[in-house]
Design a protein around this ligand. Structure first.
Ligand code: DGL
Length: 267
């Protein structure tokens, strides 16, 4: 049993979709969430910039005594996971949001065709393809960067004609012909899961990574005998910049509004 907190970080509020799944799956764990709202979006930034921010965030989460750091952001998972793992060494465990999904896809869709949507950073890195092919070289991956989806969802445009037109435009891309499943490779996309399913007439599986990742985190804690059996402290939600719209967005991604505390990356 271990009552040290779990650190979860993202470029902003979107990673709260992952934090929400973790808090449901592992209710006895204290979560310390860090949203780098001063520097979002990560999806359009270079790998080097994302790495610099990510290391700084890990320092903050280590100072808070986190036993494991979950990189909730797909873009940071793609750009900074290897570096973070080397940096943390034995100080804390680390999990990203890509590996558990790769494992799931490799087991469930052998030799089939699957799709991926994500930010420019995530799709451009080809990390999903490379990881999937290292497990099953016969799986075909059709991927597309869909950068308009994050601002659209953040503005609350996920259930109207504008969002439907954007979703239709992206998903009608030929990369997605004959796919058996589509990976939602971005923190924000669980909010449009229904719309994506509708677009495909519910004929394909739409993979929301947050639950898969929460389950993988539970297994990792078990393996290392690090699970907490009774929560003592409240979850904390830190952000590098606060605005009313960031606070409002917590309700969108976490289900309920949560109080944010400001913690700058560099003092
Ligand atoms: N959190 C990012 C991701 O999952 C999306 C938002 C951003 O671009 O920062 O890739």
């Amino acid at each position: 049993m271990n009552k040290q907190p779990i650190g979860i970080f993202d470029s902003g509020m979107g990673g709260l979709t992952v934090a929400h799944a973790v808090s449901k799956a592992l209710p006895n764990e204290q979560l310390i969430y860090f949203g780098d709202s001063a520097h979002l979006p990560y999806g359009d930034k270079s790998a080097a910039t994302i790495q610099a921010y990510s290391i700084k965030i890990c320092d903050i989460l280590l100072e808070k005594g986190c036993k494991v750091i979950l990189i909730a952001c797909n873009s940071a998972s793609a750009a900074a996971y290897d570096l973070i793992k080397a940096y943390l060494g034995s100080k804390a465990l680390v999990l990203n949001v890509i590996d558990p999904v790769v494992e799931y896809v490799a087991n469930k869709y052998p030799q089939q065709k699957i799709g991926l949507i994500g930010t420019k950073q995530t799709v451009g890195s080809q990390v999903y393809e490379n990881q999937i092919h290292s497990k099953d070289s016969k799986i075909t991956v059709g991927s597309l960067a869909t950068p308009l989806l994050v601002p659209m969802i953040e503005e609350g445009f996920h259930k109207n004609e504008i969002s439907e037109a954007i979703i239709q435009e992206y998903l009608s891309n030929k990369s997605f012909a004959d796919i058996k499943a589509l990976i939602l490779g971005c923190t924000h996309y669980p909010l449009i899961k229904n719309k994506v399913e509708e677009y495909f007439n519910n004929e394909i599986d739409v993979i929301d990574s947050s639950e898969i990742v929460a389950e993988a985190l539970g297994k990792l804690l078990d393996q290392h005998q690090l699970k907490s059996e009774g929560r003592v402290k409240k979850n904390e939600f830190l952000v590098s910049d606060i605005t009313p719209s960031f606070e409002a967005a917590t309700a969108l991604f976490f289900g309920v509004k949560v109080p944010l505390q400001q913690h700058k990356l560099w003092e």
